[in-house]
Write a protein that binds this ligand. Sequence first.
Ligand SMILES: [Zn+2]
Length: 437
Amino acid sequence: MASLLIKGGRVVDPATDTDALLDLLVVDGKIAERRAPGGHAALPPDTRVLEAAGKIVCPGFIDMHVHLREPGHEHKETIESGTRAAAAGGFTSVACMPNTEPWNDGLSVTEYIVTEARRRGAVNVFPIGCISKGGRGEELAEMGDMVRSGAVAVSDDGRPAGSHFLMRMALEYTKIFGIPVIDHCEDRSLTAGGVMHEGYVSTLLGLKGMPGAAEEIAVASDLALAALTRGRLHLAHLSTRGSLELVRRAKSDGLAVTCEVTPHHLLLTADAVMQSDYDPNTKVNPPLRSEEDRQALVAGLRDGTVDAIATDHAPHHPDEKLQEFDDAPFGMVGLETAVPLLLDRLVRPGVIDLKRLVALVSLNPARILGLEKGTLAIGADADITLLDPDLRATVDVARFRSKSRNSPFHGWTLTGWPFATVVGGRVVHEPPAPARA
Ligand SMILES: [Zn+2]
């Protein structure tokens, strides 16, 4: 394989405690050299040079929570389109949830995803298998088969684990494989029929609410089971202040618990439903919460309670999404907006620094999923995300590589975008050609 020199960029790599101007030389898909700019005596022949002056060079971003919809819902997204969206959005790896059709609850679907991703995927794809057969919450899925075929975690995401008993079994059984159980925390007896966060805005709009307590009750029971089993628990898309307080306490008690939050819960509140005049693209589960909740999530990024930011990329076809608010499915796409949103709204104002961001979207997801990624150390996989911190552009859903357009961020002007994406030493998303003089 030809080699690649990434020249003169600011390398930000929390795993090696690096924030410095460096040249990176990639040979055979691995990081081969890191040197002060211009320090290379002789480059291998056929070395491609990627000029990165003024750019930020990070270990490849990992989105540990996406829905690629294949098999079964290819009109919304495919492994090919979803991974192209990931590459364009600055992600070098994604972990995909099992609520496809059929659900990924065994060898055949896991193998299909792995094979299809190798054939047509633009970035690395790590399947997440089911906790339960068919996601029905009744009996455990064939976890051993799925892990041997490449599954990196189990979850029944889209819905909570079927029962406390099943969750206990999953936390016990996954210890054999050293993989986490990822739970979508929701007490459905409290959210049935709900379409948005239960609070002032839902009352004002006359929409059925989903109380924050529905999430917190599920978080509390999961944490009790993690304490009982000493299994590895990861909580998906947490959205309330109370949930984070429970996690904070569990971590201080020494439990092996981690959690993620989404860009949309960090940046939007239930007010967005009203301000957008019931835009179904603001309908998501868990729902956009209160300002108090939002601020608590941001604080959790800063104090380490939150381990990862993941998009919960949930594509839906326009015909499905553009219904009345009550009838539209939950979910929004996120792969092509996450990085500019986080750079513009969190890093630029100094809410978190770049090193913390890179930990949240690269190093920590790699550790949670047990991937040997998330660093630019010598010898590491050359999965690299390059950012242009000064590029100012407007989100335009018509230009998405995703098959779906369901984003509430259309029209937002943001500064700081992905510049180029490198997977295993291959440039999979290119910077625009320089303007001709
Ligand atoms: Zn979920």
